[in-house]
Write a protein that binds this ligand. Structure first.
Ligand code: HDE
Length: 678
């Protein structure tokens, strides 16, 4: 039975209590007032950053014991399982903003370890915009909608962001990553994650190593192209949320490998960069990434608000065996995350909300506060005590012991010298990209800076980018119709000689994943008069390869095929936009193809698939739809386009096999031109 919050059964949930059918509503209607009052308070403050997010449950499994390096519970034995809850997010947009904005993505993992909760609150980009927590509110105020008019939503392409960025050269390295395709991932399931800061691992003997955390997706790293991201924002604002949800519901559990870069204090001392500077990576050529375990996400939340919204990640949540470094950005975060939950979740007891509660038992003398759930028994709430038998006891060396790093120095505000090199690693990143990736970076800077209305900001930003690559800056400047300015002076006392000048690991192409088309979405266009049998053969083969197909017609429902087959359209040219699909099949059957060609949306569908580098299989008469869109099966170079597969009624099986292999490449960027040919 429906009840009030006091457990009283509600007789009528349709009408308020009134004095007569046409009379006034009565104040005594406690049922109405309770319902409305609760409703009025349904919203809680959204996260000040990373407001838009999606999450899932899963587990972490260690490959091998890491007892030599750390006493952290998840790494104590091969096969050890630790439950996790992971939340992915964008940074700048508000809670209801679109998923496909160009932005950094959050990658926050809560490990419910045997010895308490450990939150590894990372991003999909291994570096950050700023070096010192002091600048975080400035950075976020600059990127958020401008305060006078509240625009633009979830976008860095506006004056205040680039004003700040151009005045803060330390942002350059991260800007390069965000303007690259990393800023527009295809899926949360297809992006890397990084702990960003150097942390410390501490073993049972108290010895410590520096560590950097890397998550690498089994499906490989894949991204959208910008035109696709923009169109997706309209076609499905929940694109990434839906993608994660659907994959897990379908039993296609996303998986990442955890890798560690381990290095000593002495090694760190010798590097040309400072490992405490969050705008720097440690190149994999200097310190390789060692795989230590895998993470699988296998359960969607039961309730978005209770879990995804109320989860509170805090960098202060570490367990014995994991410790902080002196990174000044990390120091600010250790304070910030706990502090922000107090407002967002309404008090100091947010750790009692089920999604935040550790699996490890909690015993302490903390008491009371808003929304307290626990009911501590007895009269003792202090330590030492004799009245409670001395409980709970402090754990001594069995508890969390900070790494006893020796410190000495003057109390001051400032940065070590190596922090002043803002460009070496930005150049390393740029030079390590493939030509296509470089072209996308240039296009992204051109787009963003073209949205800046104050010319001086554009000039200043370009002057800074000249220090990364004069060639890149020239190409951006040309696209903006301006001359490249002289390079911005650097703050370096002496030039830096980086150990590594090229690192293939920095390209998205370095992580193609295990290939295949599992979980990819394939559209099959259908209409009355197509050949149904071959469409069904293709559908069966694609489904067997693990992809998800959708038959799309001019309207929903059954379609009468030329060969007497009856197919069912589950999507329409109106409700299933081209950008929602990774690949396309055009059917055989002259009548059906003519019918499809009569819909303007078909041309748009085919053109977008082509423009976004996707694989298209055209069967028999279906090729007419390519012709109608002006698409040739050859590249501008005259070579055959590997993403356009033509097959006839006799070669359906071979054609489908070629299509599946080609679609497994994700995208055919050799087709790309700037500006696009069609
Ligand atoms: Fe955050 N950040 N951040 N951040 N951050 C928050 O905490 C903050 C930084 C990151 O899914 C907030 O609970 C400061 C770096 C993620 O719930 C807040 C500084 C990295 C998430 C906060 C940083 C991150 C947050 C907002 C500079 C990558 C979302 C709500 C000193 C390593 C976690 C909240 C989730 C969220 C502060 C910089 C990642 C305000 C002060 C660097 C993934 O506390």
């Amino acid at each position: 039975m429906l009840t009030t919050n006091q457990g009283v059964a509600v007789g009528d949930n349709q009408h308020s209590l009134k004095a007569g059918l046409s009379g006034p509503t009565l104040l005594e209607d406690f049922i109405l007032r309770e319902k409305i009052t609760h409703f009025d308070h349904e919203r809680i403050p959204e996260r000040i950053v990373h407001a838009r997010g999606s999450a899932a449950h899963g587990y972490f499994e260690a490959y091998q014991p890491l007892t030599e390096l750390t006493r952290a519970a998840p790494f104590q034995a091969a096969g050890k399982i630790t439950p996790v809850f992971v939340r992915f997010s964008t940074v700048a947009g508000e809670r209801g903003s679109v998923d496909t904005a160009r932005d950094v993505r959050g990658f926050a993992v809560k490990f419910y370890t045997d010895e308490g909760n450990w939150d590894l609150v990372g991003n999909n980009i291994p570096v950050f915009f700023i070096q010192d927590a002091m600048k975080f509110p400035d950075l976020i105020h600059a990127v958020k909608p401008e305060p006078h008019n509240g625009m633009p939503q979830a976008a860095s392409a506006h004056d205040t962001f680039w004003d700040f960025a151009s005045l803060m050269p330390e942002t350059t390295h991260t800007l390069m990553w965000v303007m690259s395709d990393r800023g527009i991932p295809r899926s949360y399931r297809m992006m890397q994650g990084f702990g960003v800061h150097s942390f410390r691992l501490v073993n049972a003997a108290g010895e410590s190593h520096f560590v950097k955390f890397h998550w690498t997706p089994k499906l490989g790293t894949h991204s959208l192209v910008w035109d696709e991201a923009v169109k997706l924002a309209g076609a499905d604002a929940d694109f990434h949320r839906r993608d994660l949800w659907d994959a897990i519901e379908a039993g296609e559990y996303p998986e990442w490998e955890l890798g560690l870069q381990i290095f000593t204090d002495a090694q760190a001392e010798g590097f040309s960069f400072d490992v405490l500077d969050a705008t720097k990576i440690v190149p994999e050529e200097l310190v390789p990434v060692t795989p230590v375990g895998r993470m699988v996400l296998n359960r969607n939340p039961d309730n978005f608000f209770a879990e995804t919204e109320q989860v509170a990640f805090c960098t202060a949540h570490v367990v014995p065996g994991i410790d902080f470094s002196n990174d000044p950005l990390l120091a600010g975060r250790i304070h910030s995350y706990v502090d922000t939950q107090i407002t967002r979740l309404g008090g100091a007891n947010f750790h009692e909300i089920p999604i935040n509660a550790p699996l490890a038992p909690v015993h302490n003398n903390q008491r009371d506060g808003l929304h307290r759930q626990a009911i501590p028994r007895g009269r003792v709430a202090y330590e030492p005590n004799s009245l409670g038998g001395g409980c709970p006891f402090q754990a001594g060396t069995a508890g969390f012991v900070s790494f006893p790093q020796q410190l000495d120095g003057d109390k001051l505000r400032g940065k070590p010298e190596k922090f002043a090199d803002h460009y070496s690693q930005a150049t390393l990143f740029y030079e390590s990209q493939t030509e296509v990736e470089k072209a996308h970076i240039i296009a992204a800077f051109r787009f963003e800076l073209s949205k800046v209305s104050v010319p001086a900001i554009r000039q200043r930003m370009l002057a800074s980018l000249v220090n990364v690559s004069a060639d890149m800056a020239t190409k951006i400047a040309t696209g903006l119709g301006i001359k490249v300015p002289a390079a911005m002076p650097t703050a370096l006392a002496k030039a830096v000689s980086p150990e590594v000048t090229l690192s293939s690991a920095l390209s998205l192409m370095a992580h193609p994943g295990d290939g295949g088309i599992r979980t990819r979405k394939v559209a099959i266009l259908i209409a009355d008069g197509i050949v149904g049998a071959s469409a069904l053969v293709i559908q069966a083969a694609i489904t067997a390869a693990g992809a998800v197909t959708c038959m799309i017609g001019p309207r929903l429902g059954p379609v009468n095929c030329a060969d007497g087959q009856s197919l069912e359209a589950t999507g329409t040219l109106e409700n299933a936009a081209s950008v929602l699909f990774d690949a396309l099949v055009l059917p055989d059957g002259g009548d059906g193809v003519t019918r499809l060609a009569g819909y303007g949306q078909t041309v748009e569908f085919v053109t977008n698939q082509y423009r976004h580098g996707k694989t298209i299989l055209a069967l028999g008469a279906g090729k007419a739809l390519l012709d109608q869109a002006g698409i040739a099966p050859t590249l501008a170079s005259g070579e055959p386009d590997p993403g356009i597969v033509l097959a006839s009624a006799d070669t359906v099986d071979e054609g489908t096999a070629t299509f599946i292999t080609a679609a497994g490449k994700h995208r055919h960027s050799a087709r790309e031109s700037d500006p696009p040919r069609i």
